[in-house]
Each structure stands twice: as structure tokens, then as C-alpha cells.
Design a binder for this molecule. Sequence first.
Ligand SMILES: *Cc1c(COP(=O)(O)O)cnc(C)c1O
Length: 382
Amino acid sequence: MTPAPEANPVPDITIPDALKPRDGRFGCGPSKVRAEAIDALVADAPTYLGTSHRQSTVKFMVARLRNAIAECFSLPDGYEVLLGNGGTTVLWDALCFGMIESRSQHLVFGEFSSKFAECTTKAPFLGEPSVQRSDPGTAATPHTEDGIDFYALTHNETSTGVATMIARPDGIDAGALVAVDATSAAGGLRVDLNECDAYYFAPQKCLASDGGLWIAACSPAAIERIGRIEASGRWIPTSIDLATALDNSRKDQTYNTPALTTIHLAVSQLEWINNNGGLEFASGRCDRSAEVLYGWAEASPVATPFVADPEIRSHVVATIDFDETIDASAISKVLRANGIVDTEAYRKLGRNQLRIAMFPAIDPDDIEALTHCIDHVVAALG
Ligand SMILES: *Cc1c(COP(=O)(O)O)cnc(C)c1O
């Protein structure tokens, strides 16, 4: 049998090497891992990989991870770093069970923020959540309500390229917690952790590592909440029990076996950020990339930033619309055929668009090179 011809063959366009970025990875997660981090892993591998996570070598690496997070985010007094397996999606379930007392409010402005709201909507032991929606490309704002004990914010909505300022909403109930999904923001966007009680993320985005781990910086109020819910007798599956995660984290361990590679790569990235000037250094690189990319799109006759309001345009994930004369998916395919990968639009958003990560590991010069490559492809397609 001969294979069926491809419906949309990739246009045969060769991008000159001189235009290409040094590294062709622009995906939003898993995202570019720095070569130096791989080298450091290889150097440590003989004594680190394949060794017990209950012994000091790995526990020391987990301690380095927790300390580097504390340093990077200038952890306020009493805040603690918790970690566990499963990534952010699993942490959402853990938060449903172990940190929301009875009712949450969610700001929903894209796919990721909507998924967490879906978890709490389905949880039979929680009240119907309050869901504040806004259109993709805009940011929802919190709406203070009585009886809400958990406000769920998202620092950067990865599906749309909208970033928000993290601030504790005014007038919330005493003891209400503010939790922030910072999966694609943590380590690339500025934040004051005093403004929230749980700042949580996974390391395959700004931390240039691999997936499978969740990390949460928790305030004393959040830690108190974990203990109180645990003591209330609510049934919580052990693998996602935050009290168990807290116990283990305090011992620089996880409840079950973690991916040692993920931990090592995250440590490399965080220490690289910290040794170069911390969060200000990392967010400065992202600012530079954003200036280059949005500046290019605004000047382009065919491209426009999708997020209309420059104040909420993300400096870590850019979404760029193309006018109807250009098929953005054809651009992504040509880029991919030339070794420049993962610029495809977020599928569910359904727009004629490219989505481009500008995480700290991605060199602003490579973002600039990417714009030249896109110009080349657009000219060749037209
Ligand atoms: C990637 C992402 C997630 C999902 O993370 P996983 O580790 O794959 O579960 C959740 N929220 C945001 C904002 C993300 O960018």
C-alpha cells in the first residue's frame, strides 16, 4: 500500500543558516533546557543518578532545590517550600483535597485557569466555586465575596499569553488564602510572595527542567490550613495529601520516588538565575525578549500581538496573530522542518497564531533571530 498523500504538505522553504537562532526550541513546556544544565547532570550522574532518594546525595539535591527557590523568590519569614510528584495538574487535585476548606473563587481567562476551576466544581465535598470569567486575551479580576476561603489566581495564562500582577484582593475574609498558579511564570516574572499564600509551579517552563514535579511556596496561613483540614478527618488520598508532602519536604524528600533528573536540572537553572542576579536578572531577560518580539509584531504588516493591552502582555509567553493572507500553521510547519520547533498556536484557542516561549533560558538574541526567520518564511510563502 502506498501511503495517502499528506493533506497539507509542508511548503519546501529552506531558511538560511545565517538567519537561524543558535537554539531552535521555543516551546512553552517542556521548554528549552540549557546545555550547561545537561553537562552538570552528566558530570554528577555517576554518583547521583540511580541512587536512593532516601540517602544524603539526593536529599542534598532536594535541599539545594528548596534553598534556591527560597533565594530566588526572597521567601518571606515562615514560608516553606513543599514538593511532590505529578506536576501542577496533580497539585490542583491536592489543593482541592488539602487546602480548600469549603469554597473557592477562580479567575478563569484561558485553558489552564479553567482546568483548576473544573476540579473544584467536581469535588463533592466542596461548595460550588465562584468562577469569574473573562475572554481569552484579557485578564479576569477578583471579586471579593463572603464565604470564599481560597482565591485561585494565575500569574501567567500560558494558553493565551496574558500575565497578571499578583496582589491580594482587597477586603477578602480574614483567613482566606490566595493561591497562584505560576507554572509558566515562576522564575521569569517578578512577584512579591507576601501577596499570596501558595505560589505553585512545575519546573518544565521557566525552570528549564523536565516535567512531573510540583513545587509550592506556602505561607504560614497555608500551612496552618493544611494541618486543620488534615485534622478535620476529611478523606485524602495519601499520594496527594499535602500534610504528607509537607512532612516529607521538611526532610528534603518526597512521599514517593521523584525523577532525579528533573530535580537536578531545576537546581541548575535556579542556581544559574541566582548567581546572575536572581529574579531581576531572569525577568530582565524576559523583558528584553518581549520587547524584541512584540516590537517586531507591531511593526510587521502581517503580524499583531494577540493581547491588545500591553500592560497584560506576557513577557514569558507571546501569542502573535497573523492576518488572513498568511496561514500561521504553515509558518510553524516550515520552521519545524528547519529545526525551529514548538511555535504552534495553542490548539484549543483556535486562532491563526504563533505562540512563542520567552522563558529565561531562551536567549533574547535567539528571539530576534526567530523574527528574521518568520519574515523569511512569510516572504517565501507569499
Ligand atoms: C503547563 C501549565 C500547567 C500544567 O502543568 P503540568 O505540570 O503539565 O500539570 C498548569 N498551569 C499552567 C499555567 C501551565 O502553564
